[in-house]
Design a protein around this ligand. Structure first.
Ligand code: ZN
Length: 278
């Protein structure tokens, strides 16, 4: 049965592709892009090129052979060790690949073979990468957030069949600007009150990117969920090991994860919330 788009109910020309074929394509694309995402996660926070040098072991610099570079399978085959020096390869590599594949599958099951699926998949790819990078390095590289805003703009404004390109363009830019301004305001207030930085400017660009992809209403939902999750995490950390005041929480990871969740659950969640007032 064709999967109509959940937003407008349209049935695209691709709608007659069977679901199993869509899911297979999403898994293959997810593993491939997940493999590329690993390269971005390792290199971008260090400002290294994502193109050169070719994939190599981080311990012994040995180049990774093509057959050792197959997503997930190679890691299992090599039992998580470099073929040359036997150094451990982090399970993060297959996990990011599987995570990207799972998100791509969720996207095709959510909106079928539509333009919206492409938009959501690009957002998932960027948000998963940013979540992992912020968790590891407390950095949200501009090389992901700024092109992310541009990608959201182009994908939404030049969506096939969009009759209101100017209107969409104003919406995307306006939503991103308002989201950024909101977080910038909180950032400034926090600095004035606590006299130290609680958020980075990376978080501001991340929220602007989420707004460019998802619109302001869904972004507010993501922001609320992200703040709640980060506060809960800080509370658990504090009770478990009496974190020092200097411990920092990777807020961007929570914000990015909430952005991913919002793609799939924000609309029903907002509708359910509003229905309580009727
Ligand atoms: Zn090695």
């Amino acid at each position: 049965m064709p999967l109509p788009c959940v937003y407008c109910g349209c049935v695209s020309v691709f709608a007659f592709i069977p679901v199993w074929a869509l899911v297979t394509a999403a898994v293959v694309a997810g593993l491939t892009f997940g493999s590329f995402l690993n390269v971005c996660i390792v290199r971008l926070p260090k400002h290294h090129s994502i193109v050169t040098p070719a994939s190599h072991c981080l311990h012994c610099d040995a180049p990774i052979r093509a057959r050792d570079n197959v997503p997930v399978l190679s890691w299992l085959w090599l039992r998580g060790r470099c073929h040359n020096c036997q150094a451990k390869i982090s399970p993060q590599y297959p996990l990011v690949e599987l995570g990207t594949a799972a998100l791509f599958v969720a996207c095709v099951l959510h909106t079928g073979a539509t333009w919206q699926t492409l938009v959501d998949a690009v957002a998932c790819f960027l948000l998963l990468g940013l979540a992992v990078m912020d968790w590891q390095t407390m950095l949200l590289p501009d090389a992901f957030t700024l092109p992310g805003i541009a990608a959201a703009f182009l994908l939404r404004v030049f969506a096939p069949g969009n009759q209101h390109r100017w209107h969409t363009a104003m919406h995307v830019l306006g939503d991103a600007a308002i989201a950024a301004a909101l977080l910038l305001m909180i950032w400034t207030l926090y600095r004035l009150i606590r006299r130290r930085e609680g958020l980075g400017l990376g978080d501001v660009k991340l929220l602007a990117m989420i707004a460019a992809f998802l619109g302001l209403a869904v972004t507010m939902f993501a922001f609320f969920v992200g703040v709640l999750a980060a506060a809960l995490f800080a509370f658990v950390l504090l009770t478990l090991r009496r974190a020092r005041g200097s411990d920092r929480i990777p807020f961007g990871s929570f914000l990015a994860a909430a952005g991913i969740a919002a793609i799939f659950i924000a609309r029903p969640a907002i509708a359910w919330y509003l229905s309580m007032f009727h």
